[in-house]
Design a protein around this ligand. Structure first.
Ligand code: AMP
Ligand code: MG
Length: 390
């Protein structure tokens, strides 16, 4: 049995960052930028007015100064003349500052009359001008890798990039295994249950940036598992659910081996999730998750999320554990790292009483996993413990 840290290290060596692809800007949010992108122009490309008002020279600007209004500059409509002494150009936000002007007097600070305008207040020391290139300059870089936020997409647009180089989404084939499983919406017999994990994992994997295919449920026979494995081999990663323990009907490892699977490890010192396995089937990396719903989802958070990050070219750092105080006492931990379902609120952690790895309803209520290292001692209320937010 290996540790969680060791398992993650080995998983990351099984997968590689995928190739780059070009996507249109409007589909770039959430994708991972594959290489640095440079601004194709300055922004703003000209000194621009930040307010509605009057563009004037700084010299002579004082309360009571009178100006002749010689023209207008609006956004998208430059005033092509010069602003001389005693002259003003009516200007609006976003308009290029006319030549000769160094200051925008805001319209609230002047009075208009038939001949022009008079400054009626103290002079605002702010010029209300956005210098050319004050947001970014041509050649300025957005560094990669980087998961693109909505603001990044706006920035790329502003830099005049209609197409964006991103890392292709890793394709993950998810295989449920078990004679007892039927798809949601079917009429289960009373000895059957609904396949749930594949949908939870699909959502989790997609949140991490993968493209997910849910494959047909494999029955607990070697030929059925071989058949579904063959269907999955074109994916970048195969994730199986269930059939990973040592029971008579746990055939995932056997079926994998019959197709030449090279095993990287089997069993991790964690709770839930001990019967985790990983390897390669005909060059396709494979991760075998335990079938219990909570085990598979916890393994998803602890292992699949970092693996997908690595496949996207991002650092695969383990989900960061922050500390928070316990609301109640907890017992000492055994030899396996325990990921306890917990509620985090008001800065404090309360583990749920029921920690059975079959209880999806408890996982759905939990918003945190309290992490208990192997052999951690019993702790009283108020003790600080590491946790992962879900
Ligand atoms: P196994 O690892 O195949 O022995 O499965 C452990 C438990 O998880 C059993 O109670 C299974 O019925 C259940 N299980 C396995 N796969 C799934 C699945 N895809 N969705 C929901 N429950 C599952
Ligand atoms: Mg099974």
């Amino acid at each position: 049995m290996i540790t969680v840290v060791e398992a993650l290290k080995r998983l990351v060596t099984l997968v590689e960052p995928g190739p780059e692809e070009i996507v249109p800007l409007h589909l770039a949010a959430g994708r991972v930028l594959a290489r640095p992108v440079e601004a194709a122009r300055d922004q703003p490309p000209f000194a621009a007015s930040a307010m509605d008002g009057y563009a004037v020279q700084t010299a002579g600007l004082a309360p009571g100064a009178r100006y002749r209004v010689i023209g207008e500059a609006a956004a998208g409509h430059r005033f092509s003349g010069m602003v001389g002494a005693g002259e003003a150009v009516r200007i609006f936000t976003g308009a290029p500052l006319p030549q000769g002007a160094q200051h925008v007097v805001i319209q609230e600070d002047v009075k208009r009359d038939a001949d022009g305008m008079i400054v009626v207040t103290e002079v605002d020391p702010k010029t209300h001008i956005r210098p050319s290139g004050s947001d970014f300059k041509r050649g300025e870089v957005i560094a990669a890798p980087r998961r693109l936020s909505p603001a990044d997409v706006a920035l790329l647009a502003s830099m005049n990039h209609p197409l964006v180089p991103v890392r292709r989404k890793p394709v993950v084939a998810v295989i449920s295994t078990g004679d007892e499983l039927v798809m949601p919406g079917q009429n289960p017999r009373d000895d059957q249950i609904i396949a749930s994990n594949c949908f939870g994992l699909k959502a989790l994997l997609e949140e991490s940036g993968a493209a997910v295919r849910i494959l047909p449920i494999a029955r607990d026979t070697i030929p059925a598992l071989q058949m579904v494995f063959e269907l999955a081999l074109t994916a970048d990663l195969i994730v199986t659910i269930g059939g990973a323990s040592v029971g008579d009907h746990d055939l995932v490892a056997k079926a994998g081996k019959s197709l030449g699977m090279q095993q990287s490890f089997y069993k991790v010192a964690m709770r839930p999730g001990k019967p985790l396995m990983a390897g390669r089937i005909k060059d396709t990396p494979m991760i075998g998750l335990p079938g219990n719903p909570v085990s598979s989802m916890v393994c998803g958070h602890v292992f699949l999320t970092p693996v997908i990050r690595h496949m996207l070219g991002l650092p695969a750092e383990q989900t960061r554990h922050t500390l928070a105080p316990l609301v109640c006492a907890i017992a000492r931990n055994g030899p396996r790292e325990h990921y306890m379902r917990a509620s985090f609120s008001n800065g404090q952690l309360t583990p749920f009483d029921r920690q059975d790895s079959a209880l999806l309803s408890v996982l759905a209520q939990a918003n945190a996993l309290l992490v208990r290292p192997p052999h951690a001692p019993a702790l009283g209320a108020g003790a600080e413990v590491p946790y992962i937010l879900l």
